[in-house]
Each structure stands twice: as structure tokens, then as C-alpha cells.
Design a protein around this ligand. Structure first.
Ligand SMILES: Cc1ncc(COP(=O)(O)O)c(C=O)c1O
Length: 396
């Protein structure tokens, strides 16, 4: 009954393990879930107040498909101030989350069968979004030994005559790698020489550690016509449920993306648009507080994981995740049988040690688990102790 195109889409393993953890919790089991993909903070007060005001003043109708003009201006100011990107209103599109922005951008760019390069490990949804947009995902595996950093030579090798887009994500989910200016320049050279485009997912821009500066590849010289920059309020302002994302890029692509949106969802939620203006133009201190807390948690994770001999990992430079490479325990045996893959390991850890992580297969990391530190430090300490014990108890 269902189309082949949809049948072939992967089921979300991230949702599966998070849901199992939730079900165990509901059954009264003391489970620590290290699976969350969203900040565990409330949306700041002044942003919620703007939404209440929108409701009170009946701002509850359709807006312009592209987004209300005041919001387009606020997004333009943000891109200019934070990222060194200059866009006119017609170069900006507000959508229902960065996820929709990526989908709209790829629908706007791709002809059927054209290729999109996705460096792996990648965010789970990228390959499926590319397929839904009619493209073919071309996965380029990055080495853990190289810190999951992009080697321009590797990138160049992956380009074929059918390549249209490089899908970039910095800071990255699930690796936590943040592009440096030099790396971005190396990638930009390959992009320019190959005549391809970049869709740059910068949703974790604000969650960046050790005083690093986020680099937008679109701000590099000669890249203004080659990059669609995607961002949103989900992670920066703890607004995942509000569903607001946006893109800035070449006018023809953005207008084509607006056409896709106009025939599918139309404008993003009007109340959430008002709230987003308050988020972008209001006080930015809440972001700094959240990021400082994420950095302290990152330190806890790095410290604890360093004490576990059977795993390896790359300390995150941003975002809220660490990829735990458990290839050292694959083939060991637990009480329910051999640990043949990350899903078996995640199952064992959840059911025998009550700590939930997500198998890396879904992220293109076939020997790893993704650990999220979007939870309290107390939970993190408890979860990491359980992880250490669980790994220690596996038999050769
Ligand atoms: C890398 C990445 N991009 C995009 C998104 C989706 O963001 P939004 O909530 O704005 O759709 C996520 C959410 O987990 C993400 O991890």
C-alpha cells in the first residue's frame, strides 16, 4: 500500500531507543536517558512573553509565506552580526524548523538522481531528507583517528559529474567537531573548483566551547553564491517545540525553496514567528548561560569517559553529544548473548544497566554509540558510572 520511496526510508533509531527508555521509566525503572536531542532548559521568559502577547493581540492568522517582514529583517541582522553574511529580504526564508529549511533547500536545488555529499558521522535525517528531495546521498566516511575532520582531498575524490551539494554541519551532531577557518577555506576551495553548492547546517552555532568562534563557510570570499546557510532557534534558545528555522542564500535558490514551502506547509506558525523576533533581538545572556552549562557537562563527560579503557572518543568542541567508539567491546558477551553491534550494546546497557544511549549506525558510525549530555550533571554522573560498569562486566 505504501510507496517504495517511503518504504525505503529508514526508521528512526534515535526515536526507538529514546522511546524504550521512556517506557521503562514509566514502568517505574530508574533509567538514565542520555538520548536527548534538545536542550533541557525552558524557553527564556521574554520569548514566551512575546508569544503570549501575539495571542493576546490576535496575531493568529497566515503571515507572508516567506515569513513576516519584521522577522526577515531580524534574521538578516542576525546573519550579518553573527556570521558576516549579508542577505536582502528575498534571500531569507523562515520555515517550520531547520529540518524543513534543509528539505526545502534540497528540493529547490536537486534534479532527480543528483548527488549530495554527506560526511559521516552525520545527523540521522540527512540521507532520508536527500532521498525525499529526489537526490542520492553519497556518504564520505571520516576517520576517528583524524578526529572526524574533513580532508579536502577526500572530498574532492567524492565529487562526480552528478554532484550538486555538499551537506555540512558545524558544530556537528554527533561528533561535536567545529570547523576552523582554515578547514572551511580548504573545503571552500574544493567547492569552488568543483562548481557545487553547500547547504551549511549551523543549528548548533551557539553551543560551542573553549572560546571557539563559529565559522560560517558562506562568509568566505567567493562563497556568497554557493552556500545556503541554515539555522534556527531550536538549540540556541531552547525552542525545539516552536518549530522555527530559517535559511539565507542565493535569491534564486531561496525563492525556489519558498515555492516548495508555499505549496506544502505555507508560512511557519505566526505566534512562533513573533517569539523568534524576541529571541533574535532580545537579551542574549540566556544563550551564554546555557552554553556555559553545556561546557561544564562536556568536561564531566570527557573526564569520565577518559577513565574507561575499552572505548575511544573525540572530545566535543560544540553541540551536545559525544560519539563513544565501542569497537573494543564488539564481540564480547553479555548475559543475553554476544555484543555483535551497537544496537546490541545499547540494548544491553538499557536493559541490564538502565542507561540509554543511541546506536551509532543511524549516524553512519557503525561501531559507536551517541551519548547526549543534554541532561542534569547528576544524571550524567549516574549514567556514566552505569556505562562504565556495563562495559566492564562484558566477558571476552
Ligand atoms: C544537525 C541538526 N540539524 C537540524 C536539526 C533540526 O532542527 P529543527 O528543530 O530546527 O528542525 C537537528 C535536531 O536535532 C540537528 O541535530
Amino acid at each position: 500500500m505504501v510507496s517504495r520511496r517511503i518504504e525505503e526510508l529508514g526508521e528512526s533509531q534515535t526515536l526507538f531507543f529514546a522511546q524504550q527508555a521512556r517506557q521503562l521509566k514509566e514502568a517505574g525503572v530508574d533509567v538514565v536517558s542520555l538520548t536527548a536531542g534538545e536542550p533541557d532548559f525552558p524557553t527564556p521568559r521574554h520569548i514566551k512573553d512575546a508569544a503570549i502577547e501575539a495571542l493576546r493581540t490576535d496575531f493568529t492568522h497566515y503571515t507572508a509565506n516567506q515569513g513576516m517582514p519584521e522577522l526577515l529583517d531580524a534574521v538578516g541582522e542576525k546573519f550579518s552580526h553573527d556570521n558576516g553574511l549579508r542577505f536582502t529580504r528575498e534571500q531569507i526564508l523562515v520555515s517550520c524548523g531547520a529540518k524543513q529549511s534543509i528539505f526545502n533547500a534540497l528540493c529547490a536545488i536537486l534534479n532527480p538522481g543528483e548527488e549530495v555529499i554527506i560526511p559521516a558521522p552525520y545527523w540521522v535525517s540527512y540521507p532520508s531528507i536527500v532521498r525525499l528531495a529526489g537526490g542520492i546521498p553519497v556518504v564520505v566516511p571520516l576517520a576517528e583517528a583524524g578526529g572526524y575532520r574533513i580532508d579536502p582531498l577526500l572530498l574532492r575524490k567524492a565529487v562526480t559529474p552528478r554532484t550538486r551539494v555538499l551537506l555540512l554541519n558545524s558544530p556537528g551532531n554527533p561528533t561535536g567537531v567545529a570547523l576552523t577557518r582554515e578547514e572551511a577555506a580548504g573545503i571552500a576551495r574544493v567547492v569552488q573548483e568543483s562548481g557545487i553548492l553547500v547547504v551549511s547546517d549551523e543549528i548548533y552555532e551557539k553551543v560551542i566551547f573553549d572560546r571557539r568562534t563559529h565559522v560560517s563557510i558562506g562568509s568566505l570570499q567567493g562563497m556568497e553564491d554557493r552556500v545556503v546557510t541554515v539555522n534556527g532557534v531550536s538549540k540556541a534558545y531552547a525552542m525545539t517545540g516552536w518549530r522555527i528555522g530559517y535559511m539565507g542564500g542565493p535569491a534564486d535558490i531561496v525563492q525556489a525553496a519558498a515555492k516548495v514551502q508555499g505549496q506544502t506547509t505555507n508560512n511557519a506558525n505566526s505566534i512562533a514567528q513573533k517569539a523568534t523576533i524576541a529571541a533574535l533581538r532580545g537579551p542574549q545572556e540566556p544563550i551564554q548561560e546555557m552554553t556555559a552549562e553545556f561546557e561544564r557537562r562536556r568536561d564531566v563527560v570527557v573526564h569520565r569517559l577518559s577513565g574507561i579503557p575499552s572505548i575511544t572518543f573525540t572530545p566535543p568542541e560544540g553541540a551536545m553529544y559525544v560519539l563513544v567508539n565501542a569497537s573494543g567491546v564488539m564481540g564480547k558477551t553479555g548475559p543475553d548473548g554476544p555484543i555483535a553491534n551497537p544496537a546490541a550494546l545499547a540494548h544491553y546497557l538499557l536493559h541490564r544497566h538502565h542507561v540509554a544511549l543511541i546506536p551509532g549506525d543511524a549516524f553512519g558510525a557503525p561501531t559507536s554509540l551517541r551519548l547526549s549530555f543534554a541532561c542534569s550533571r547528576a544524571d550524567l554522573e549516574k549514567g556514566l558510572a552505569r556505562l562504565a560498569r556495563g562495559l566492564e562486566e562484558l566477558k571476552n
